[in-house]
Ligand binder design. Structure first.
Ligand code: SIN
Length: 482
């Protein structure tokens, strides 16, 4: 008989051991509001011991050759792939995303480990010609040291591996605090790391209270880098707190992505791109299109086709293979979406599909129907704040200049999308957009080998690509007198 998952207690992973605790966090399935499992909450003392262990492990780990570290990462990658179904199911249970998307997330998460296993072998320094004949100048790249990571609930596996893989490849050791909403996927990743034989202390997982984690990490001189994915508000706070120990920081923060459809776009491509960008994880991604601007010549056709595609989406419990849209992570998430839709209606928006109560039998209160809003205006909440839900507000525009002005009219700069078949028009728009990631005729730009991160208030630094490895390296200048 299957064990009752509700009674399963999950442990932190500290210095190579599973560490239970008396204080427990209940992890709830957002689709049913049932308890998925109970996760131990670590104490400050346990976190300090993890930092100590990570510091001790650092000396051995950084001393290994890049090839040896790559071997461990390759094994870690294989262990994750062997457990794809387990991990995907856990992602769906604690996050709610459809199981087919969860399997995709496991592949995406594993791809960072595979890619950085190779990229870690390409940490190059330089030799620079000096002015005098009696000096040699060398530039070395070395691991920054112990890294602390705070990861979000929307990608319970991939947002850990996108940080962990380059950190380990660079020779750093790594302490992750997963979110309270989705810590159990992280537990499974730790099991894979252990099965891969990654030495004790190199990876640590410590779920504590937010306040305990940031206070302890920020005061520690042993932790040399903090990497965070989450809201801009918390990112700013962490940046201020990091000043005291002058930590190296990377921040992947909120977005408010515009999506522009110009009148020479391939409409079908634009509709599919909008669907891919908007409805991944029910709109709960930092890079998903938040607001859509469509040029008048193509407006009617685009709206009609988008509505049709949105009405084909199946909303429900993500464990069902046919489901496309799962729940919001919790009631706070649901209420925010609802507030944005109500505000749009108050300000003259017209709902053409969704926005209604739908049959919730056997489902929790966290589901929101995919909603298309026309006549969107600049002052609507859904056009100025990240909605983080399955809502598409559409505004009609006339020119490229207007499209660019509206797209850049935000303090955020994570991702932007546009659709045009014209090379010259597209090049000008791509250059003008003040964003870290730009999708041109492409609604799904994320990839292990590409730099991911934002301009303006959407963050600092990049994850993914060679930039993502550089983020875990310190530069040392060696001046040799001969
Ligand atoms: C995010 O929402 O922060 C991550 C999305 C992605 O990696 O594509």
């Amino acid at each position: 008989m299957e064990a009752d998952v509700k009674t399963i207690q999950y442990a932190n992973y500290i210095n190579g051991e599973g560490v239970d605790g008396k204080d427990l966090v209940e992890v709830v399935n957002p689709a049913t509001e049932e308890v998925v499992g109970r996760m131990a909450l670590a104490s400050e003392k346990e976190l300090v011991s993890a930092i100590q262990g990570a510091e001790e492990a650092f000396h051995e780990w950084k001393g290994m050759s890049a090839d040896v570290r790559a071997g461990y990462l390759e094994k870690f990658y294989e262990k994750i792939l062997q457990r794809t179904d387990d991990i995907a199911r856990m992602i769906t249970l604690e996050n709610g995303k459809p199981i087919k998307e969860a399997r995709g997330e496991v592949m995406y998460a594993a791809s960072f480990i595979k890619w950085y296993a190779e990229e870690g072998k390409r940490v190059y320094g330089r030799t620079v010609p000096s002015k005098g004949a009696d000096q040699r100048i060398q530039v070395w790249k070395q691991p920054v040291g112990v890294v602390a990571a705070i990861t979000p609930w929307n990608f319970p596996a991939a947002m850990i591996t996108r940080k962990l893989a380059p950190a380990l490849a660079a020779g750093c050791t790594f302490i992750v605090k997963p979110p309270k909403e989705t810590p159990l996927t992280a537990v499974l990743l730790m099991e894979c790391a252990e099965a891969a034989g990654i030495p004790k202390g190199v990876i640590q997982m410590v779920l504590t209270d937010d306040e305990v984690f940031s206070r302890t990490i920020q005061h520690s001189d042993q932790v040399r880098k903090l990497t965070f994915t989450g809201s801009t508000e918390v990112g700013k706070l962490l940046m201020r707190q990091s000043a005291d120990t002058m930590k190296n920081i990377s921040l992947e923060l909120g977005g408010q992505a515009p999506l522009l459809v110009l009148d020479d776009a391939d409409v079908d491509k634009a509709v599919e791109g909008t669907m891919a960008s908007k409805f991944r994880n029910a709109g709960q991604t930092c890079i998903c299109a938040n607001r859509v601007y469509v040029q008048e010549g193509i407006y009617e056709e685009f709206v009609m086709k988008l509505k049709q595609r949105m009405e084909e989406l199946t909303v429900g419990n993500g464990l069902d293979e046919h489901v496309d849209i799962g729940p919001m992570i919790n009631q706070d998430g649901y209420n925010k979406v609802s507030r944005h839709v109500d505000d749009a209606l108050d300000k003259g928006g017209e709902i053409v599909t969704g926005g209604r109560e739908f049959d919730r039998e056997s489902l929790s209160r966290n589901f929101y129907a995919p909603t298309l809003i026309l006549h969107a205006k600049d002052d609507m909440l859904c056009m100025t704040e990240e909605t983080f839900g399955p809502v598409v507000p559409v505004q009609k525009i006339t020119s490229d200049e207007e499209a660019i002005r509206l797209a850049n009219q935000t303090p955020f700069g994570l991702a932007a999308y546009f659709f045009t078949e014209s090379m010259s028009r597209g090049t000008k728009i791509a250059e003008a957009l003040e964003y870290g990631i730009v999708g041109w005729n492409n609604g799904a730009p994320s990839a292990a080998q590409a730099p991911f991160g934002g301009a303006k208030q959407s963050g600092l630094g990049r994850e993914g690509g060679s930039e993502g490895l550089e983020a875990f390296l310190e530069t040392k200048y060696l001046s040799i007198g001969i």
